[in-house]
Design a protein around this ligand. Structure first.
Ligand code: NAP
Length: 262
């Protein structure tokens, strides 16, 4: 923890903090100067992370809730923000889904759920406290998207659509809110070892640990980087695929195993 970070982030909220990248971020920001607001559905997992953050000296409030329950999410975020004006909100909670093993379509219920949690959960989280941040003229919003936002991968259509929308929404907010002193950052991780990446049945090149991901994110958030994409080789590869003509991009996605599961 750098001393530079302490005055900037005293009150930090992280959605999806019970495991994976969100839990690693919670630990990254845990220190005696911070009050953390940690959101997730699994109370047991959330309490374990909260205890580890408290052991590092942080004060922790947990929000055991489903972010697709908008009234409950809004109430919790506003109540936290009232007590502890939010310096940094990281909208990290997310789920994924894939087409079937033989190329079957994703059930529409699964598509709706992915969009509901990944996209609308992000937008509702931000809206809950945006007015307060704007009144204060201070705050930072970090939206967790994915390198999958750069190019729709045939095996995960709904997930890629949700993450592309999150990226686009964040980019719009950054331009809109910068003159008011609100910072907005879009985080696009490649593969990070977690329950989510375990469920992804395709090659996972350059996979990193959640701790490393959290360190990279924290280092770049303090610098207010617009786009926090990593790791470098996969970032470059996805950017390249995004600008290639469609058939060539498809060829590269195919040989990488991202066109069909089998
Ligand atoms: N892992 C990767 O390779 C990778 C790559 C690119 C982007 N990302 C993005 O990074 C973020 C974190 O992913 P991860 O790999 O850490 O996934 P993960 O290990 O599966 O963790 C997901 C987190 O989101 C929470 N969550 C899911 N649905 C929720 C809901 N309805 N309400 C509240 N919380 C919910 C989970 O908590 P509960 O189960 O307790 O609710 C959990 O804390 C996601 O947005 C993901 O899309 C991950």
């Amino acid at each position: 923890m750098t001393s530079e970070r302490l005055p900037e982030y005293r009150h930090v909220v992280i959605t999806g903090a019970s495991r994976g990248i969100g839990a690693a971020l919670a630990l990254q920001y845990a220190n005696p100067q911070t009050v953390l607001g940690l959101i997730g559905r699994n109370e047991c997992d959330l309490k374990k992370i909260a205890d580890q953050c408290k052991a590092r000296g942080a004060q922790v409030e947990i929000g055991v809730l489903d972010i697709s329950n908008t009234p409950e999410l809004t109430r919790w975020l506003q109540s936290f923000d009232h007590a502890y004006p939010t310096d940094l909100l990281i909208t990290n909670a997310g789920i994924t889904h894939s087409i079937g093993a033989r190329g079957e379509a994703e059930p529409i219920e699964a598509v709706t759920k992915v969009l509901d949690i990944n996209l609308l959960g992000t937008i509702h989280s931000i809206h809950a406290i945006l007015d307060s941040m704007r009144q204060r003229g201070h705050g930072q919003l970090a939206l967790v998207s994915s390198l999958g936002a750069y190019k729709g991968m045939p095996i995960t259509p709904a997930y890629c659509a949700s993450k592309a929308a999150v990226k686009s929404y964040g980019e719009a907010l950054r331009g809109w809110l910068a003159p008011e002193g609100i910072k907005v950052n879009i985080i696009c991780p490649g593969f990070v070892a977690s329950d989510m990446s375990d469920s992804f049945h395709a090659p996972k090149p350059f996979m990193i640990t959640p701790d490393k991901a959290a360190r990279l994110i924290a280092q770049r958030l303090i610098k207010n980087r617009a786009n926090i994409s990593f790791p470098f080789p996969l970032n470059l590869g996805m950017w390249f695929v995004s600008i290639l003509p469609f058939p060539i991009a498809s060829f590269f996605l195919g040989i990488s195993g991202y066109n069909r599961r089998h």
